[in-house]
Design a protein around this ligand. Structure first.
Ligand SMILES: Nc1ncnc2c1ncn2[C@@H]1O[C@H](COP(=O)(O)OP(=O)(O)OP(=O)(O)O)[C@@H](O)[C@H]1O
Ligand SMILES: C[C@@](O)(CCO)CC(=O)[O-]
Ligand SMILES: [Mg+2]
Length: 328
């Protein structure tokens, strides 16, 4: 039995645009998903009590895909299970063990669908736990690549390597197309506001794609996000936190123009700005979920706590540990 964990992340800059080849800078944070894999005689049984489908246990064999007996629409169940299913497919492929069966247990501190990269963390941790359980040790680059394949399949061919590379490597990273690099970052005073909601990553990415196909100025907006990221990288290298904050504000405006913000995400961003934080933006796919702000003082945290629609506000720190084995 092997347990592995991987961190969630916030985007300092560049989500959505990264899907079209612009650079992005996500940063791993100290909230983790843990996956335990225990080999069994064929089939797959998944225990995922943190899933918003009120927690369920699923048991089915590889062929018949028996539907779990829970009171939720099929599409939701399939979407909820897609990442784990695909991660197990990657494990079987990597270990050359097409018939390997597993009991998988997932425990996670990362809210689902909220922009903190729960899917990437679950995928990376599941691949690490599953392959180790079969006695195979993958280099971290391969875990990242296989976790990306998981996201790409579930998001219907519309995913970047950013979330999965960040979750696998930890720390701050820069991703542009297939080029993925760890980068240096100062300790940034992240404050996260969470509205308790979720967005559907695949649907939000598809919405941006449609806008980009329809309007030249939407394509220009995606490129403008790339420009913000390039400036952001310079600010990061110079440890100029004030400039980083300003660029985060700009990045949020451009994401809003692309239709991926929401009323509560905007309210939380404005609460952070009014509290004189250094900058704030939505993080991840958007639609609902989390914003990330920068502030060393307690003001932004307090302001978010009093913002209608904000369910939870907390500080987060850059986590330099990527995917790791917890117990073996
Ligand atoms: N604790 C968990 N147990 C089982 N599956 C999980 C868990 N956490 C996340 N997942 C999987 O990840 C999916 C959510 O991924 P999605 O990409 O929509 O959001 P996210 O990764 O949290 O946010 P973003 O991609 O915007 O950063 C869930 O539907 C589920 O399939
Ligand atoms: C919206 C997106 O850019 C980030 C989701 O966390 C999608 C992706 O990069 O795969
Ligand atoms: Mg995701």
């Amino acid at each position: 039995m092997v347990t592995a964990s991987a961190p969630g992340k916030v985007y300092l800059f560049g989500e959505h645009a990264v899907v079209y080849g612009e650079p992005a800078v996500p940063c791993a944070i100290g909230l983790r998903a843990s996956v335990t894999a225990h080999e069994r005689e064929g089939g797959l049984r998944i225990r995922a009590d943190d899933l918003s489908l009120s927690g369920f246990t699923v048991e089915y064999d590889g062929d018949s895909n028996n539907r779990p007996d829970i009171d939720a629409p099929d599409s939701l169940v399939e979407a909820a299970m897609g990442y784990v299913d695909e991660a197990v497919a990657q494990v079987r492929d990597a270990a050359d063990a097409p018939d390997a069966g597993f009991d998988i247990t997932i425990e996670s501190e990362i809210p689902l669908g909220a922009g903190l990269g729960s899917s990437a963390a679950v995928a990376a941790a599941a691949i690490e736990a599953g392959t180790r359980e079969l006695g195979v040790e993958l280099p971290s680059e391969e875990i990242a690549e296989r976790a990306y394949q998981v996201e790409n399949t579930v998001q219907n061919g519309q995913a970047s390597r950013a979330d999965t590379f960040c979750s696998t490597m930890g720390g701050a990273v820069r991703v542009e197309g297939e080029d993925c690099q760890p980068i240096d970052s100062p300790d940034l005073p992240f404050v996260i506001g969470y509205d308790g909601g979720a967005g559907d990553t695949g649907a939000l990415v598809a919405g941006v794609r449609d806008l980009r196909d329809q309007y030249d100025f939407a394509a220009d907006t995606v490129e403008a996000i790339g420009d913000v990221v390039r400036r952001g990288e310079r600010a990061l290298a110079a440890e100029n936190v004030t400039e980083i904050g300003k660029l985060m504000d700009f990045n949020h405006g451009l994401l809003s123009a692309l239709g991926v913000s929401s009323r509560t995400l905007d309210s939380m961003v404005w609460a952070a700005r009014n509290a004189d934080g250094l900058g704030a933006k939505l993080t991840g796919a958007g639609g609902g979920g989390c914003i990330v702000a920068l502030d060393e003082t307690p003001e932004t945290l307090t302001a978010l706590e009093y913002t209608p629609g904000c369910e939870e506000a907390f500080r987060a720190e850059l986590d330099t540990d990527g995917v790791r084995v917890e117990t073996e």
